[in-house]
Design a protein around this ligand. Structure first.
Ligand SMILES: *Cc1c(COP(=O)(O)O)cnc(C)c1O
Length: 430
């Protein structure tokens, strides 16, 4: 169904990538719980291993259930191909892997999921890669941070934890001028609220763990390629533009054109890094995506109602929800995420660290968990959990200071969520 781009989002979230099973007629995508696939004959096997024919060899590389999900997410994002993997963090490493070499760097937003800040500021150093963190509201600073060794610009469309919106058009103009790809983590927005490729993103990464699956059941990740970047325009991306010794000197950019990144992600990335998504996880995520737009509309509606209530509450110093007309990011909503600013924001609680801890412990409907994007409302005190490994300066830059609590607003009745917040604030702040 991907040949029919005129179909609407609600139709594609149910149908893209799925067709009745040719063997059985099964209407729902079967869970192909198999490790390997029988070759027709030795010639067929050789053609598959040489990448001369596309097909299934071994489920570390490809699996039909996972392939259906890859096609569905790529279609919803408006990309040419997708590669699913075992988690959102795996997707980030898989996205960077073909672009990077020892000594290369990325320019990344200082407002990112806490785990991503740790991955980029600490762990990628083991590969000889590094990250420069910049305030992405300061476009001159982003441009100035790019140097000859920079191989990607990285940001979140709606940034965790504060729900701040990135001006993707402005950032992609900067990465385009420098001839490097823009990678956008679209986890918090989802393709229903924001389509980064339409704003110039080269690659979109997801933690499918969050809103795409939507019910807190499985971890997963995905990388979607826009197919628009010319990897062979210069010598910056040799993994894609130079002969690949592991495939008899095949040049991915020449052989696969706009699908070069996707094929590299499967044939080299999954084959050798092995961060594979399993078919059960793909099944849960396919089920979740079928209702994505319905859930996101409710997340947005509830987040708006609750943010408005909190904004006027004397126990709260600040509410970061970009959907509020008073937000400094409100002007970006119609451009970047016209259907709403998502379901995620932070509040600054009077009484600081101690009041925040009390608030989190007193909530009854909201669950205190290190997750977001669930049908259930979730809460976390970032400074004592997800952003604990960060320095006080990094915490502040990431919007996760000691007086800040993050809310991931679920799809329950808004009045019940407000009542829960009201009773917990009474205990925490008085
Ligand atoms: C959760 C999250 C990640 C990491 O994803 P995992 O599936 O937990 O590995 C990355 N980016 C954002 C914005 C997230 O919310």
């Amino acid at each position: 169904m991907t040949d029919t781009p005129q179909l609407g989002f609600d139709t594609l979230q149910v149908h893209a990538g799925a067709r009745p099973d040719p063997a059985t007629g099964a209407r729902q995508v079967p869970i192909c719980q198999t490790t390997a696939y029988v070759f027709r004959d030795a010639e067929h096997a050789a053609a598959l291993f040489n990448l001369q024919e596309v097909g299934y060899i071994y489920s570390r590389l490809t699996n039909p259930t996972v392939a259906a999900l890859q096609e569905r997410i790529a279609t919803l994002e408006g990309g040419v191909g997708g590669v699913c993997c075992s988690s959102g963090h795996a997707a980030q490493i898989m996205a960077l892997f073909p672009l990077m070499q020892p000594g290369r760097n990325i320019v990344a937003s200082s407002r990112l999921y806490g785990g991503t800040v740790t991955q980029f500021s600490q762990t990628i150093k083991r590969f000889g890669w590094s990250a420069k963190f910049v305030d992405f509201d300061d476009h001159d600073a982003v441009a100035a941070a790019i140097d000859d060794d920079t191989r990607a610009v990285f940001c979140e469309a709606i940034a965790n934890p504060g729900g701040h919106i990135t001006d993707l058009d402005a950032i992609s103009a900067i990465s385009d001028a420098a001839g490097i790809p823009l990678i956008v983590d679209n986890t918090s927005a989802t393709p229903y609220l924001c389509r980064p490729i339409e704003h110039g993103a080269t690659l979109v990464v997801h933690s499918t763990t969050k809103y795409l699956t939507g019910n807190g059941t499985v971890t997963g990740g995905c990388i979607v390629d826009s197919g628009k970047f010319d990897w062979a325009a210069n010598d910056k991306f040799p993994s894609l533009s130079q002969p690949e010794p592991a495939y008899h000197g095949l040049v991915f950019a020449d052989t696969f054109g706009p699908m070069a990144f996707t094929f590299h992600g499967i044939a080299i990335g999954l084959r050798d890094l092995g961060m594979t998504m399993n078919p059960q996880a793909a099944h849960y995520t396919l089920m979740g995506i079928e209702t994505l737009s319905l859930r996101m509309d409710r997340h947005v509606q509830n987040a708006m109602t609750i943010a408005q209530w909190l904004k006027d509450d004397p126990r709260i110093d600040d509410v970061t929800y970009a959907g509020l007309p008073t937000s400094p990011y409100a002007h970006l909503v119609p451009k970047i995420c016209p259907k709403g600013a998502g379901g995620l924001f932070t509040i600054a609680v009077k009484g600081g660290y101690d009041a925040c801890v009390k608030l989190v412990d007193s909530l009854e409907i909201f669950s205190h968990v290190a997750n977001l994007g669930d049908t259930r409302s979730l809460v976390i005190h970032s400074a004592s959990t997800t952003h604990r490994q960060l320095s006080p300066e990094q915490q502040k830059a990431a919007g996760a200071g000691p007086n800040i609590v993050r809310l991931s607003i679920g799809i329950e009745d808004a009045k019940d969520l407000i009542a829960d917040l009201d009773q917990a604030l009474a205990k925490a702040v008085g």
